[in-house]
Each structure stands twice: as structure tokens, then as C-alpha cells.
Write a protein that binds this ligand. Structure first.
Ligand code: GLU
Length: 509
């Protein structure tokens, strides 16, 4: 029944803070599904809870989408024919639907004050029911349009008395729908409370807004986090009451992303030292900075890849997918309904794979930024390209390029003297002094020839090359790391190589 509809999907974040990787995965699945079906991907800002609104959070969400390359076709900043795309700007639109529900007997006005609600929670508290809800068992004893005389209700409304509109959940009915991931899901309406649909400030709650907006924006498929499954019966009923079930989008509730203990939280990130947000986010109230995947040194290609397979596979063993492949192969039916465990070591493995896979040109700007963050401003782009090609195999994170590559642009500031000093002797001193002379005379500065010459010299001096290679590396790099030492010498060039040998020889004397 939905097959003729144009595919239109949406990501509907509330601008309340950092964008969790679960949120980005929701974006990704929406995006892939839309692209696969030549559909539209809409971003709708759900900012009806003004008390939770955080300035800057909306711009931040757009930056995250830009970085991941998962940009919407329609949004508050991209425009589109179904705007406005910010719910606060749609405020005037919702009331009529809430009133219509009241008129048809599916919802009611509730005038209860905070004090009266508090009293209800006290009065109805029992051992079996420690937190009573506003539902069919209590609504008949509250101040609402179901209990008050019609004239009284009219008077209260005419006087603009503070009120909300609540859905009148039917008693003991079964509501079911087919989730694209979970299959048939059923609920008994008796366990669901009479959710507020329109708040006293005239703003809709999520429950009303999501249904009205998904309808007006002609959404064909709605993918959202599993935490919304318990309120699905409310949304199904609202669809039935307002627009008819045939018009309802197909739902998919995405599984949770699990951390080391339960749902992956921001606190897990802080505790175990890995990012949970797409990009760094500073909490305006506490000034607390939470580092994001981007700043940690992840490539967007890798980030997308690792999120795609957190809860989905294509039925084979394949783990590495480009965005184009994902668009081709993704299917929402193959998303698992169980939670998917996030493993940071595995995340880094994906990044390493993508660093190895990408051409130098695909890494250049990002690596340049990493160096510049460390105060190294690259002027020789050709050298940069060669350095990237030489060390990328060793980098799991983009930030690793700083350690693996800085010495090409800047002489080491520190030397691992413990690696050299204990075995240093006169013979080695003589060897390196001669090496300097040979290097200075050399007019063939190629790694392979440097290595041959070095080894011949070592043989002539009757010293094992292994004894000499480590000090040579420390001279050039400062520590026991980096690629093949003669490749390093080649890139550094004759003058710089000689200068670095001389410098350490002086320190050793
Ligand atoms: N604003 C809701 C959230 O941030 C959106 C849920 C949905 O996609 O319907 O979780």
C-alpha cells in the first residue's frame, strides 16, 4: 500500500547538545535508504521543548552532517517545499489538530494544576503502582473536559485558563503495526498513559508534532531510536484518528548502541577514553568539552563505515564499505533488532583500513590540519605527499600523523638517549664521523643506495649493521619509531640528514 509513495525519510533531532554516534547512525540509515530509492532526505528540527533548547546546537548538527557528508535535501538551511522545517516555527499549525481530536472524542482538555497532579500521584500511589500515571484509571477523578460540565469547560477556555490537551487512550485495546526491523509489534492500550499532546504554552509535544509533521511532510518511512517504541501506540492511534492508517509511514525502530555496560552514554566515553559524539561539543553551562570522532582523528569515510555495520551487515563477511556500496547494499530489513555493541578498538581498525585505502590526495588537507594543530605549518606540499605515502600504514588515527611524520618537517626536540647511550662506543663514533663524510660526498641520494653504502661501511668497520641502525634512527627521528630509516633519510635530504647526525654525535660526546 505504500509502494507508490515517493520515498521521503527524515532525521528529526532535538537541538539539545552533542550529536551521539547513535544519532549519526540514524542519519546514515535514513540517508542510505533515501539515496537507494531516489528519495528525499529531510532534516526537521524538533525544538518544541523550549526548556531543553541549547543555543548553537542546531548549527553544530549541520556541521556534523557536513563533516560526515550526509547532507539533507530539505532542512531549515537547505530549504524545500515542505517548510518551515523547525517545529517552533510551525507552532500555529498544531492546535487545530489537537482541537479536532477533542471534537471527535479522542482527546480532552485537562485543567489540572501542578499541585493537583502532585496530589493525584500521592493519592493513587500503592505498592504495586508506585508512580501513578494520568490514565484511564484516574482521568475520571481529575479536572478535565470529561469530568466537568460542558458550560464549565467553555467558561474555563473562554477565560484562557491554563490547560493541556491529552489523548484519551482507549481501555484494553490492542494496537499493532509492522515494524520493518521487528515485524509485528503489539501493545495493550491500557498500559499507556494519556499523554499530553498540546502543552499549556501552546506548543505540541513530540507525540502530536511527529504525527502532524510526518503527515504534512509526506514522510513515507520513519526510522528512529528504539527508545520510542513504547510510545508507538500513541502515534499509531493519532495516525488512525487524524489521517488514517493507510497514510501512515512505515516504521523502523533502530536498536540501541551498547557500551561496555548497557546503553552507550557520554559518560562511558569519558570513563573509557573514547568519543561518543560526532564532533567535539562544549556544554555551554559547564564549559565541559567532549571530544568528537572528528577531532580524535577519524576519517568521515571510516566513521560512516563503522556506524553502518553497528547493527547491520549485508549477509556476507564484508566489513569495509564505501558510501556508494552502502547505498547499493543497505537494507533496513537486515538491521538486527538486538543492541549493537560499540568497540573502540574495532572503530580504530576501520579508520586504519580507510587511511590505508585512501589516496594521498584524500588525506592531504586533513593531515595538514593535524600538523597545523601541532604548530607545524607545511609549505612543501610535495614533501607532505611523500610523507603521507610513507607513514600512512602506521597511522590508525589522523592525529597519529603528527607523531609519525612531524620529524620530517622539524628536527626532533627530544632524543631517546637510553636507546643509544648504553651501547655507544668509540668505534661507533668513528663510523658515524666517516658516514658524514661519505654522505657529504654522495651525489646519489636514494634510499636504496644509501642503504647499500651504509652496510658496506659497516662491514668495513666490522660492526653489525643492527648495532648502527638504531642510533641512526634516533639521530633522524628522535625515537624508536617511523618507517624504514633510509626512506626517511632520502626524504630529509642530504643536508638535513647530515645535520641531524652531527647534532646527536655532539650530544653523545
Ligand atoms: N526528536 C526526536 C529525538 O530526538 C526524534 C524522534 C524521531 O525521529 O521521530 O529523538
Amino acid at each position: 500500500m505504500h509502494t507508490t509513495k515517493k520515498v521521503r525519510v527524515r532525521f528529526a533531532p532535538s537541538p539539545t547538545g552533542g550529536l551521539h554516534l547513535g544519532g549519526v547512525r540514524t542519519v546514515l540509515y535514513n540517508y542510505l535508504f533515501a539515496k537507494q530509492h531516489q528519495g528525499d532526505f529531510i532534516l526537521r528540527i524538533e525544538d518544541t521543548d523550549q526548556s531543553r533548547y541549547v543555543p548553537g546546537a542546531e548549527e553544530y548538527i549541520f556541521s556534523c552532517l557536513k563533516w560526515t557528508g550526509l547532507e539533507p535535501d530539505e532542512s531549515p538551511i537547505h530549504g524545500g517545499a515542505y517548510g518551515p522545517y523547525r517545529q517552533s516555527e510551525r507552532k500555529a499549525l498544531y492546535r487545530q489538530y489537537a482541537d479536532q481530536l477533542v471534537k471527535n472524542g479522542y482527546a480532552y482538555y485537562a485543567f489540572d494544576s501542578p499541585g493537583e497532579l502532585e496530589k493525584m500521584r500521592e493519592d493513587f500511589k500503592t505498592e504495586q503502582n508506585p508512580a501513578p500515571q494520568y490514565d484511564h484509571t484516574v482521568r475520571s477523578q481529575m479536572r478535565n473536559s470529561l469530568t466537568l460540565a460542558e458550560s464549565e469547560v467553555k467558561k474555563l477556555l473562554d477565560e484562557n485558563t491554563r490547560h493541556v490537551i491529552r489523548i484519551k487512550m482507549p481501555e484494553n485495546e490492542t494496537v499493532s503495526f509492522t515494524d520493518m526491523i521487528r515485524g509485528e509489534v503489539s501493545f495493550n492500550t491500557s498500559v499507556v498513559d494519556d499523554k499530553v499532546l498540546l502543552k499549556a504554552d501552546g506548543m505540541p509535544t513530540y507525540h502530536l508534532a511527529v504525527v502532524v509533521d510526518d503527515h504534512l511532510m509526506e514522510i513515507s518511512h520513519a526510522f528512529r531510536g528504539e527508545e520510542w517504541l513504547p510510545s508507538a501506540p500513541v502515534h499509531i492511534l493519532l495516525w488512525k484518528y487524524l489521517f488514517g492508517l493507510d497514510a501512515m509511514p512505515q516504521w523502523a525502530h533502530l536498536p540501541l548502541i551498547l557500551g561496555p555496560n548497557g546503553k552507550l552514554s557520554k559518560r562511558d566515553g569519558a570513563k573509557y577514553g573514547f568519543p561518543v559524539f560526532a564532533m567535539s561539543w562544549t556544554d555551554a553551562k559547564t564549559n565541559e568539552l567532549t571530544e568528537g570522532f572528528k577531532e580524535k582523528g577519524f576519517l568521515p569515510e571510516a566513521f560512516i563505515n563503522l556506524l553502518a555495520v553497528l547493527g547491520w551487515n549485508d549477509g556476507t563477511e564484508q566489513e569495509i564499505f564505501s558510501k556508494a556500496e552502502l547505498i547499493e547494499k543497505f537494507s533496513i530489513e537486515r538491521v538486527h533488532s538486538g543492541g549493537a555493541r560499540f568497540d573502540y578498538e574495532k572503530a580504530k581498525w576501520f579508520n586504519h583500513e580507510w587511511i590505508k585505502r585512501l589516496e594521498v590526495a584524500g588525506l592531504r588537507e586533513q593531515v595538514k590540519q593535524v600538523f597545523s594543530d601541532k604548530g607545524i605549518h607545511i609549505t612543501d606540499e610535495q614533501l607532505l605527499d611523500k610523507v603521507i605515502a610513507l607513514v600512512k600504514e602506521r597511522c590508525h588515527l589522523l592525529t597519529d600523523f603528527a607523531q609519525q611524520g612531524a620529524f620530517f618537517f622539524k628536527a626532533p626536540e627530544q632524543y631517546d638517549m637510553n636507546a643509544v647511550k648504553p651501547k655507544w662506543n668509540e668505534a661507533k663514533q668513528v663510523f658515524f664521523a666517516e658516514l658524514i663524510r661519505n654522505f657529504e660526498l654522495s651525489n646519489n641520494w636514494i634510499a636504496h643506495d644509501l642503504e647499500t653504502g651504509f652496510k658496506e661501511m659497516a662491514a668495513a668497520h666490522r660492526i653489525k649493521p643492527g648495532e648502527l641502525l638504531l642510533p641512526f634512527r634516533i639521530m633522524l627521528v628522535g625515537g624508536k619509531f617511523g618507517p624504514h630509516v633510509f626512506d626517511i633519510a632520502e626524504l630529509l635530504g642530504k643536508e638535513e640528514t647530515v645535520a641531524r647526525i652531527k647534532h646527536l654525535l655532539a650530544l653523545l660526546q
